[in-house]
Design a protein around this ligand. Structure first.
Ligand SMILES: [Zn+2]
Length: 362
């Protein structure tokens, strides 16, 4: 599925980026070359005067020449550090200063979201077992070399399946998972990857806040241990200036109710639909509190679970939310400068609900 990149805001951004004039290596070098030439000329004059016998005059001129040369040399050195081309390699934040990017990666049926800000990176889930390498490739294309935080929202395969690959291939500072565990191969693979890295999972507590460059995120759930995996999802509110993004993994109505009762701040500009847009999540009360301007649905095209469900789609429509969805639009990217949010594509207008073919609802 191709992204619609003809959106005017996207075009405007790219044009701006391309037309920005950078101080070029070539310009810097030719300027330094001119200095070098005049320095040599002065040396030649001093040398000629010295031979001519005017030793006193020549000594004075020699001192001046030394000053000019040393000034020229330090000028050339500072010239080198002031040009970005001389640095090792530009990273994503140097291209986009002051901007937070949220990439809802298309991993078919599942979740994988990477948040980039000021050279820092947070990965929330990594799709199914077969998607680890795809997520790794996506991160590489974004210039990500190191992950500050990795969150495995809950131990279901469509969320943590690809995490073993990511943890093995990337240096991760903190890997967060809920206390809740699952006795299956997918979960064991993640634990093995952690032990390969000599790491242990971090269990974040509601109210914990973490910095991500100029942005920060606060953990709002799980508030207790539930019997099923979905409700144990780690949920976070990400904030960049005035822009807020909410992620609740597969938390169902029960956990949503507990979040509301806890008094946590949930009002957000962007809400990643709970549980891929399932009707068992996205309760009306919760949505009213979130009041999202934008809803992003991460699900697979024509998935067996019928995500997103018609009931959720109707509620999103009633809320007046604009919809972005990975099954129809591929990977969806939101860019936040702290006051505005722009997207890599136009909202999806189909309002198409899925058709359920499977009873088990993961
Ligand atoms: Zn899921």
């Amino acid at each position: 599925m191709q992204n619609n990149k003809n959106n005017s805001s996207y075009r405007k951004r790219n044009t701006k980026r391309n037309s920005r004039k950078k101080p070029g290596k070539r310009t810097g070098f030719s300027f330094a070359g001119k200095d070098k030439l005049s320095g040599l000329l002065i040396l030649l004059i001093v040398f000629t005067l010295g031979i001519a016998g005017g030793r006193n005059v020549a000594a004075g001129l020699w001192d001046s020449a030394k000053e000019i040369i040393s000034g020229m040399w330090s000028g050339m050195q500072s010239d080198q550090t002031s040009h970005p081309e001389h640095k090792q390699q530009a990273t994503f934040d140097e291209k986009n200063p002051g901007r937070l990017e949220v990439h809802y990666i298309d991993v078919g049926q599942g979740d994988a979201t990477v948040v980039l800000c000021d050279g820092h990176a947070l990965l929330i889930d990594a799709g199914d077992n077969s998607k680890g390498t795809a997520v790794q490739n996506y991160l590489r294309k974004q210039g990500v070399k190191h992950l500050d935080y990795v969150i495995g929202t809950h131990p279901d395969a469509d969320h943590i399946g690809g995490l073993d690959v990511v943890i093995t291939k990337y240096e991760c500072d903190t890997v967060m998972m809920p206390e809740f565990e699952k006795d299956n191969n997918t979960y064991r693979d993640v634990l093995e990857a952690l032990s390969y890295r000599n790491m242990e999972k971090t269990v974040p507590q509601p109210g914990d806040s973490y910095m991500l460059g100029r942005a920060c995120f606060t953990v709002i759930a799980p508030l207790k241990e539930y019997r099923d995996a979905n409700n144990n999802s780690i949920s976070i509110l990400l904030q960049n200036g005035q822009n807020r993004f909410l992620f609740t993994g597969d938390a169902e109505a029960e956990a949503e109710e507990d979040i509301l009762e806890s008094g946590a701040h949930v009002k957000a500009d962007v809400f990643q639909a709970g549980h891929h847009g399932s009707s068992t999540s996205n309760s009306e009360e919760f949505l009213k509190a979130v009041s999202p301007k934008y809803v992003v649905i991460s699900c697979g095209e024509d998935n067996d679970y019928g995500h997103p469900h018609a009931q959720s789609m109707n509620l999103f429509r009633q809320m007046g939310s604009k919809i972005y969805r990975t099954d129809q639009q591929g990977s969806v990217v939101a860019y936040s400068d702290g006051t505005q949010i722009v997207w890599n594509c136009s909202p999806d207008e189909s309002w198409k609900a899925g058709e359920k073919r499977k009873q088990a609802d993961e």
